[in-house]
Ligand binder design. Structure first.
Ligand code: PHE
Length: 334
């Protein structure tokens, strides 16, 4: 009876103590087995009652010790499995931004054609954005309507196009030059589904001896078909830029988005994706390249416009709102 109470209250601070208890009560030479050994001395009429008590005692002791052991095991396992270097849950894998996906694709296509990447600052000076690019002193694009400038420093502006990188490249290198310049540009425009105060361009510049408009057209056709599929057609319309002469805007055929009722081509079947032309000799000269020896072509495309077409995104504000429901639709970043 006394052992029964003892066993009910058994506790142990650690596995070693528990093991000592197990030996004390349950081992071959333990207290319970000693009682069992005495069992044959119990008078026959009490055997039933004492037998039941003994069994109860043994079961209780086994249970108690098993429970304590389980508690220690759980503690142990918990400690062993705890990895303090692990990232907290939930782990959400990021996705590549659609503009990044398309920019990388543009870079890939032109890399295969031998273009390397050039870079320039987003905060620029008037010379690289405008003057060196043959903008007249009173050209409307310099107007503060379009250009963000610093009040105390009207010469320092946010670049309005990546053409500034053309100038940056020419001033440090001589032909042959064959670069593309991906980057962000800024214009002071009202934000809508089709315009933003910042967007992205990829500029292209190729200068060498005997570069012709045919070279330009072939490279752009190759680009369009790799980007939008081998059936894609291109159309060059005469245009004007201060830094190219002649200048053109390029449209691609819009069958990719279904023709009739298409929000991108507005029923015309064509969408403009870039501006281009032969580098104006005045630009070569302003940037230290001999225009009697070299000719070149340049182009500048809008990454948002191309992404809109490729992924049928109708509102370019989606690209900068960071709505994860939109971003998660694009390929995972790993
Ligand atoms: N810089 C022009 C623009 O932003 C694009 C362009 C680049 C045109 C190079 C011709 C040559 O619209």
């Amino acid at each position: 009876e006394q052992l029964l109470q003892e066993v009910k209250g058994l506790t142990a601070q650690n596995p070693e103590e528990l093991e000592a208890l197990r030996i004390k009560y349950l081992s071959k030479k333990g207290a319970i087995n000693a009682l069992m050994a005495d069992f044959r001395n119990v008078p026959a009429e009490q055997k039933k009652e004492v037998g039941m008590k003994l069994n109860e005692l043994k079961n209780l002791a086994q249970e108690r010790i098993a429970t304590l052991k389980e508690a220690f095991d759980n503690q142990d396992n918990g400690a062993a499995e705890l990895d303090l270097t692990r990232t907290a849950y939930p782990v959400n894998l990021g996705t590549r931004h659609p503009l990044t996906i398309v920019r990388n694709e543009i870079i890939d296509i032109f890399s295969r054609m031998g273009f390397t990447i050039a870079d320039g600052p987003e905060v620029e000076d008037d010379w690289h954005v405008f003057s060196s690019m043959n903008f007249a002193e009173d050209h409307p694009a310099r107007d503060m309507q379009d250009t963000f400038f610093i009040e105390s420093h009207p010469d320092i502006i946010l670049r309005t196009h990546t053409s500034s990188v053309q100038s940056r490249v020419m001033e440090v290198s001589q032909p042959p030059i064959r670069v593309i310049c991906p980057g962000r540009v800024y214009r002071n425009e009202a934000i809508s589904y089709r315009a933003h105060c910042f967007f992205h361009q990829v500029e292209g510049l190729y200068i060498d001896k005997n570069v012709s408009f045919t070279d330009l057209k072939q490279v752009l056709l190759q680009f369009a078909q790799e980007m939008f599929g081998p059936e894609t057609k291109i159309r060059l319309r005469p245009s004007y830029f201060p830094f190219t002469e002649p200048s053109a805007e390029m449209d691609i055929s819009c069958d990719i988005c279904g023709g009739e009722g298409c929000p991108f081509c507005k029923y015309t079947g064509w969408v403009e994706i870039l501006g281009c032309g032969m580098v104006d000799p005045a630009v070569l000269e302003a940037n230290g390249i001999d225009s009697k020896v070299y000719t070149g072509y340049a182009f500048g495309m809008g990454v948002e416009r191309i992404t809109n077409l490729k992924y049928k995104v109708k509102d370019l504000r989606m690209f900068s709102e960071n709505d994860t429901r939109f971003l998660e639709e694009f390929e995972s970043a790993n």
